[in-house]
Ligand binder design. Structure first.
Ligand SMILES: NC(=O)c1ccc[n+]([C@@H]2O[C@H](COP(=O)([O-])OP(=O)(O)OC[C@H]3O[C@@H](n4cnc5c(N)ncnc54)[C@H](OP(=O)(O)O)[C@@H]3O)[C@@H](O)[C@H]2O)c1
Length: 259
């Protein structure tokens, strides 16, 4: 990430700045000398109602949206991303913000079977068709999300997952990539980021559950649902130009165990 110079300290407002990626991002931007402001209901900023947005955005040059909907129910998540993005765009225009950055998911455009991803598609459409220069960062699944993948695919003592390839990454590397994009020039397009290794969903979850003595059995099922979609082998994979995070899963697990 580019370090701020005395003449070039940017005010960067991070919507969802108290969340997993947001809190790491606010810390990293601050370490690089920028004026990073965490914005979320916890800090008095609500993108659904617009509360606190004009005050938070005063003097800001960049907005980064790494928020997430509290509910993933189809209608609720669509309402969250559509309403929030509309309110954010209006507030950014009023404040003269020149770069709108948002975090989304690798393959989003291929995942419209899922209500969650239809909401992310709607968010991206508003941003790309909107008036503010923008950059959308597409990240692969976070290592921190692996537990939720197993939980969502569990029925009793069985975890049913398709053998789809994926290339997960550490939330720290996601935050670093978003930070780099935020202090750069708007790309008016998508930047992909991914982890350094590829795995199959079913195999990785089977390995992880065995490693922690979890008794659930992982069944490989090409027709199993993954958050409402049935991915084929490469649906979740990034393209050849993706930027690659440095943290390998084994190293991340070691650090987690040490902590
Ligand atoms: N999970 C993955 O593997 C993955 C992969 C690629 C991309 N992504 C994307 O990454 C993004 C961030 O995910 P995350 O896991 O870091 O999220 P998270 O930890 O769940 O944090 C969500 C943040 O959104 C804030 N928020 C909720 N409602 C809000 C509102 N009405 N107004 C303003 N802020 C609000 C929360 O604030 P409070 O704490 O105050 O409620 C919190 O700071 C999501 O857009 C997701 O699509 C996720």
């Amino acid at each position: 990430m580019y370090r701020a110079t005395e003449r070039f300290v940017m005010k960067i407002v991070v919507i969802g700045g108290t969340g997993l990626i947001g809190s790491k991002l606010v810390t990293k931007l601050g370490e690089h000398g920028h004026d990073a402001v965490a914005a979320s209901p916890d800090t008095g900023v609500n993108t659904l109602t617009g509360e606190g947005l004009p005050e938070a955005l005063e003097g800001a040059s960049v907005l980064v949206d790494v928020s997430n909907s509290p509910s993933w129910e189809d209608a609720a998540v669509l309402e969250f991303f559509e309403t929030s993005t509309g309110n954010l765009q209006a507030a950014c225009q009023a404040a003269g913000v020149g770069h709108y950055v948002a975090l989304s998911v690798v393959g989003t455009d291929r995942l419209a079977e899922s209500g969650y991803f239809r909401a992310k598609i709607a968010q991206e459409k508003l941003i790309s068709e909107g008036p503010i220069p923008y950059s959308i960062v597409h990240a692969t699944q976070f290592f921190e999300f692996i537990k939720s993948i197993a939980a969502a695919a569990t029925d009793g003592d069985t975890v049913r997952l398709p053998p789809a390839l994926f290339q997960p990454m550490a939330a720290d590397d996601v935050a670093a990539a978003v930070g780099r994009v935020a202090v750069g020039t708007p790309v008016d397009g998508i930047v992909e980021v991914a982890g350094p290794e590829q795995f199959r969903l079913d195999e990785l979850i089977r390995r992880r559950l065995a490693a922690i003595g979890d008794p659930r059995e992982v069944v490989t099922d090409p027709n199993a649902s993954y958050f409402g979609i049935t991915p084929d082998e490469r649906t979740l994979m990034p393209g050849p130009d993706a930027l690659i995070g440095e943290t390998r899963l084994e190293d991340w697990l070691k650090e987690l165990a040490a902590a």
